[in-house]
Design a binder for this molecule. Structure first.
Ligand code: NAG
Length: 998
């Protein structure tokens, strides 16, 4: 420890001399894996790349929840980059790559590691790779393959059966990561397992399994980057020493919880974060592998707009700054882009949308939180002293108001950071206060020259002292720093505060003269060798003196500014340090890139309206292009290069589905007399090794036991004789549903409830269905049970909970002999399904799915048509219990320069129990429950949806009610109209009926 401190001090000394070189000493925690040539190192303060410290500002993204692939991933990464994320944390989903035990692993297309790392490298985003094997992630079986439910070994232990299951997957993953380890590629860390717990005497083999994953990575070429772990809570699991200990311990925090039904109710911020870190691993940087970026929402929940409200820009402001106050230097926001639980990806507590109330919404539009995050990340990257700072005080003593809590931090070179917030998150009104800050001129109480500091309720600010920007320094500032850059030897710092708040900043100078251009709501004067800036920001004021320029924005203005690094100027594509040349760009909805070729500054980006563009760039810039078009420029009052960016996309006309021609067909022939199920799988197992044992009946009817892991399943039990009824225990996950028939006679339906329901949530039901004597025939009778499961359970407890059966868990025929045979049906081919493009999860087992009616090019020639049968429409629906499929086509012809996200919109009738599956061009992109909701808007992402051609849509109505059901209204809507510089996405190439149902 002593040696470590000494070397650390030497490193700091080196920093003072302006030498940014740093080598992590042998024997220190950052010297992991006995590896002196590690490309990624770290110490107690931060991570290093290329011997340069960095704040790892990361966001979680799941490429498999955006299956349009590379073009869309690029758009998400470019947005993240523009918001100051230098890193993306990525879960990979084992189950999507593995349809069958011992079968080929498939890493093509949306499952590709290589594509993902290549796009990240091109955009300049570092990657924390998190392949599992277990990921949780609110996805079916927590990312385990469905077939693993049939492996008798206890999962997430060192039991041989489980090791044999995951080992090929992790070996394959390591082979993909190996060539992309930093600096050859963007991968800076790989995570082992997920929120995993340690072994206990009565629960052995956990740490052994953890160690085995790490050994497998090391043995397969992952030698240049640290292995991390994300503890669910700050409890030190695998922080070391001991078996399974990782190189860099991290933990997860979701401090505002997941109760989106009360979106204005906040808890208090955690003031113990740094103390927890000091207790666990003071020798290494504090890393938040997952910090709350939003919340998931269950079936029947309030919807993602409420989750956004709970975790909005105010939350980001207060809670993330509380992390910085606690000296976090790796922070990953889960989720930053959530995406979609298409194709049976969801586990039972979530529905199709995985919007998560994240900064980038499911339709890839940008939320106010995105821009709040942008201000923070830019500040952290610009404040190179921040990662070395330590806390000097944390209390209410620095302010004259008891409700203002201040965390003061100071760097070894004397830079001060004062994170102020309300002492109590219940305070929602403004507090005016004075603050004592330590400056090189001693302690000063600010503001000194009139006015007061202000904090709104649920606001946090970071004041600075002795803060360098280029060769200049802010003696102090009560306006927050967004960023700084040096252009033409002028150091430009960007400050901001809410309109109506007073700011004060003081900058030592030898200049005699200071000018203010733009808004005069802020004044500046030279006084005693300093420029003192004071006032209330409104629009933009630019204060110029000596070799400095101070730009003061009101916060609303600042939120619309961007600071792209000039393409190709950094030593690496990932570097966002302030010494990388950049420009300041104000106004556009999104600035994607900035490139300077000679005197031309080429900007690309997106607009949501006609926009005034302001650019602060080198005087060598003589003309500006926007998405390739040359702009006519002028000079603004505050000295920027100004132009108008015309909004060039007309509001689209989206085709009406009400007026469309629909083709329709019954999708439950299984209840018709004479239906032949002889080719179905016979449920012949009479025992199961799962911990979840059957609750009755001779045969095990769990769908997974017969290879059907995803989507709807059907069980048909045959009997002969005078039975009087049937008892059924059906299990399908929270909010599951099922219907049951005796021959063609509907017996009824039942449904599960929400995980959060007062009764604790129902994931299974026990029902007794009584037969009418008249309905029982001589000879063969069939009980048909159709089950809508909501996915496989996760496995947080490590107790094989994910093996909980789906389908009929137990049964008993009443008043007669037993069933003679049960037949089971699910997705076509089970674990040998034909669709390698959309993957093993996409399809379920309803008749239309087995038939391939959802696939492009399905010849629906014998289906009824709304042209000749006006009842053939989902808005007319069906008049009995049962399932019907409806098919239509529509064309889109959106211009190339547009980003027009389209969604399918339902009008919900909560009193009607019906369920709908949505397929677009063969991809299952929605499961709608009229009873439960809440989702009524289903994004159909570009790429999966063809924006320049024909699309084939299929929706079903499964009425669980005897009286039938209809969709009150259904239509296509555009959720935004963006004039976009994104490269063309193009329709994803995926096989159709001709290829998949030969
Ligand atoms: C798993 O770990 C336990 C505890 O160390 C050990 O007793 C057991 O032999 C290990 N099993 C295998 C298959 O390695």
């Amino acid at each position: 420890m002593m040696k470590w401190l000494l070397l650390s001090a030497l490193a700091l000394a080196a920093q003072h001399l302006g030498v940014l070189s740093y080598t992590v000493p042998q024997g220190s925690p950052g010297f992991y894996h006995g590896n002196s040539s590690a490309a990624v190192t770290f110490d107690a303060h931060s991570m290093f790349l290329d011997n340069k410290r960095l704040f790892v500002f990361s966001g979680e993204f799941h490429p498999w929840r955006a299956p349009s692939g590379k073009a869309i991933w690029r758009d998400v990464f470019e947005k993240m980059k523009a918001a100051g994320f230098n890193t993306a944390s990525i879960y990979f989903h084992w189950g999507l790559s593995s349809a069958k035990e011992g079968g080929a692993l498939d890493f093509n297309f949306f499952r590709s590691h290589t594509d993902l790392y290549e796009v990240a490298k091109e955009v300049g985003i570092l990657i924390i790779s998190r392949p599992g094997p277990y990921i949780n992630a609110e996805t079916t079986a927590g990312g385990f393959p469905g077939w693993l439910t049939n492996v008798p070994a206890l999962a997430r232990t060192n039991q041989t059966g489980f090791t044999n299951a995951w080992m090929p997957y992790i070996k394959a993953v390591a082979k993909f990561i190996e060539p992309f380890q930093y600096p050859n590629g963007p991968v800076i860390a790989v995570q082992s397992e997920n929120e995993f717990f340690q072994s206990f005497p009565d629960n052995p083999g956990r740490a052994e399994y953890m160690q085995l994953i790490e050994d497998t990575y090391r043995a397969n070429g992952i030698t240049k980057i640290p292995i991390t772990h994300n503890d669910a809570h700050p409890q030190g699991a695998y922080a070391g020493p001991g078996l399974g200990a990782v190189d860099l311990y991290c933990w997860d925090e979701y401090p505002n919880g997941f109760d989106c039904s009360h979106p204005t109710v906040w808890g208090q911020v955690d003031t113990q974060l740094n103390a927890d870190h000091q207790k666990i691993d003071p020798d290494v940087m504090w890393s938040a592998a997952e910090f709350q970026g939003g919340s998931f929402d269950p079936w029947g929940g309030p919807g993602y707009d409420s989750c956004y409200q709970l975790l909005n820009e105010q939350f980001a402001n207060v809670y993330y700054k509380n992390n910085y106050a606690a000296q976090v230097t790796l922070q990953s926001l889960y989720m930053t882009y959530g995406g979609t639980n298409w194709g049976n990806l969801a586990e039972p507590t979530v529905y199709t949308s995985y919007d998560y109330g994240a900064p980038i919404r499911e339709d890839r539009t940008l939320s106010p939180k995105f821009n709040e995050i942008k201000l923070q990340s830019h500040f952290l990257h610009a404040s190179t002293d921040f990662v070395l700072s330590t806390m000097t005080s944390a209390d209410t003593s620095l302010s004259d108001k008891g409700q203002v809590f201040t965390t003061a931090l100071s760097s070894p070179s004397g830079v001060g950071f004062y994170v102020v917030r309300q002492n109590d998150n219940a305070i929602t009104t403004r507090t005016d206060f004075q603050l004592k800050m330590n400056t090189t001129a001693g302690v000063v109480t600010v503001p000194q020259f009139g006015g007061t500091n202000s904090l709104e309720g649920r606001e946090s600010k970071i004041f600075v002292t002795n803060y360098p920007f280029g060769s200049n320094k802010l003696a102090y500032s009560t306006a927050e720093v967004m960023t700084w850059t040096t252009i033409d030897k002028t150091d430009i710092v960007v400050l901001y505060a809410l309109a109506g708040h007073t700011i004060e900043a003081s900058i030592p100078t030898t200049a005699q003269k200071v000018t203010v251009s733009g808004s005069t709501s802020v004044t500046a004067k030279v006084s005693n060798g300093s420029v003192v800036i004071n006032g209330s920001p409104s629009g933009a004021s630019v204060i110029t003196f000596g070799s400095a320029k101070v730009v003061v924005f009101d916060k609303a203005t600042a939120l619309a500014w961007w600071n792209p690094r000039l393409a190709g100027t950094g030593k690496t594509p990932y570097d966002v340090a302030p010494d990388v040349p950049s420009v300041l760009v104000g106004g556009p909805y999104f600035v994607r890139s900035a490139t300077q070729h000679g005197s031309v500054l080429a900007l690309t980006g997106d607009l949501n309206a006609t926009t005034t563009l302001d650019v602060i760039a080198s005087s060598s810039v003589k003309s500006i292009t926007w998405n390739g078009k040359t702009l006519s420029v002028s000079k603004s009052a505050f000295g920027s290069i100004r132009a108008t960016l015309p909004f060039g996309v007309k509001a689209p006309t989206v085709p009406s589905l009400k007026d469309a021609t629909w083709l329709c067909e019954d999708s439950l022939p299984e209840i018709k007399d004479g239906f032949d199920d002889s080719s179905w799988v016979t449920a012949n197992k009479t025992s199961t090794p799962r911990p979840q044992q059957p609750t009755g009946g001779k045969f095990v009817l769990y769908a997974d036991e017969y290879g059907f892991h995803y989507g709807n399943t059907i069980a048909r039990g045959h009997f002969t004789g005078n039975a009087t009824g049937v008892k059924l225990n059906v299990q399908g996950g929270f909010n599951f549903g099922y219907s049951v028939w005796l021959n063609n006679k509907f017996l009824g339906s039942n449904q599960g409830t929400n995980a959060n329901a007062a009764n604790g949530g129902l994931d299974q039901t026990n029902d007794t269905w009584t037969f009418n004597t008249a309905d029982v025939r001589p000879g063969d009778n069939v009980v048909t049970v159709v089950v809508d499961t909501t996915g496989l359970n996760e496995d947080q407890g490590g107790d094989d909970f994910f093996k909980t059966p789906r389908g009929v868990r137990g049964y008993q025929l009443l008043g007669g002999p037993d069933f003679s045979v049960w037949k089971i049906q699910g997705n076509l081919g089970g674990e040998n399904g034909p669709d390698n493009t959309r993957g093993p999860l996409n399809e379920g087992g309803l008749f239309f799915e087995r038939q391939g009616a959802h696939l492009p090019g399905f010849p629906a020639t014998n289906w009824a048509s709304s042209k000749t049968d006006s009842t053939c429409s989902p808005t007319v629906g069906i008049t009995t219990a049962g399932i019907k499929a409806y098919r239509t086509t529509f064309n889109l012809n959106f211009p190339a320069n547009s980003d027009i996200p389209i969604a399918l919109k339902f009008t919900r009738t909560p009193t009607s129990s019906y369920r709908t599956i949505i397929y677009i061009n063969g991809w299952q992109f929605g499961r709608f429950s009229s009873k439960d909701g809440p989702q009524t808007l289903f994004p159909l992402p570009e790429g999966i949806l063809n924006h320049q051609g024909e699309n084939e849509l299929l929706v079903t109505i499964w009425s669980l009610d005897a009286q039938g059901a209809k969709i009150a209204d259904i239509g296509l809507v555009n959720t935004a109209t963006i004039d976009s510089g994104k490269p063309p996405v193009g329709a994803v190439s995926s096989p159709g009926f001709a290829q998949l149902r030969r």
